[in-house]
Design a protein around this ligand. Structure first.
Ligand SMILES: [Zn+2]
Length: 235
């Protein structure tokens, strides 16, 4: 049995530049263009399916088949699945919420639709401050509804709230560091950890995704002709 898989054409060869090593989310168009100019023409990445079509190259990944390579999955038994006394039930985890036979009043109609326009009485509806205050209200409401589950689910480590454990100076340092980035993806995070000695790498990555990227997108979305580039900071 063989399957197709996507791969980068190795025949293109050549050493990669730091810009090529960076994550797409960390790289601006400007850096990409410079990287393109500074290296010879490189073959476009193509999936093996396309390569096979054109007959340029044939390369397949072999998946071994046989007793030694297959998982033994027992037949699904609906009746047993609901028996929580089973030894296997220990893998099902622990119920966190609702506690006991708590009632869940969820308005499924509202899920994914956002806040109705009419519900806002802010001075500047849709402004950054308006959105911030509504997110804050909803967080408090969620906390009061689900209690400790709020923390078990990691809701306290999501969104703008992540910045609460960062001083203004630390935030500015991160912004400056990102604005002058010329390093590879790995190099950038290594330097960030060095420049922010009070922060763990996990905390810095969390700040980047939960705060830095969202602030940029939020600001850019409000420009007269918005062009969303999550990295486009300090320009
Ligand atoms: Zn509002």
């Amino acid at each position: 049995m063989t399957i197709d898989r996507t791969f980068e054409d190795e025949s293109a060869g050549g050493s990669s530049t730091p810009a090529e090593n960076m994550s797409p989310i960390l790289i601006s168009n400007e850096v990409i263009d410079q990287a393109k100019l500074s290296r010879p023409h490189k073959a476009t990445k193509r999936s093996i399916r396309l390569v096979n079509c054109t007959g340029d190259k044939l390369r397949k990944l072999t998946i071994p088949v046989g007793k030694r390579f297959q998982a033994d999955i027992p037949k699904w038994n609906k009746a047993l699945a609901y028996d929580y006394n089973l030894e296997s039930s220990k893998w099902l985890g622990e119920k966190i919420w609702p506690i006991g036979s708590g009632n869940i009043n969820t308005n499924i109609e509202m899920i994914g639709k956002g806040r109705p326009e009419s519900s806002c009485s802010c001075d500047f509806p849709g402004s950054i401050e308006c959105i911030k205050s509504h997110i804050h209200e909803e967080r408090l409401r969620l906390l009061s509804e689900v209690g400790d589950a709020f923390y078990s689910w990691g809701c306290d480590k999501m969104g703008e709230a992540v910045s609460e454990s960062w001083t203004l100076k630390e935030q500015n340092n991160f912004n400056k560091l990102f604005g002058t980035r010329t390093l590879s993806y790995e190099g950038f995070w290594r330097r960030a950890v060095k420049c922010l000695p009070m922060k763990q790498r996990e905390s810095i990555v969390s700040f980047y995704f939960n705060v830095f990227v969202l602030r940029n997108v939020s600001r850019q979305a409000r420009l007269p002709s918005p062009v969303i580039d999550s990295d486009d900071d300090n320009k």
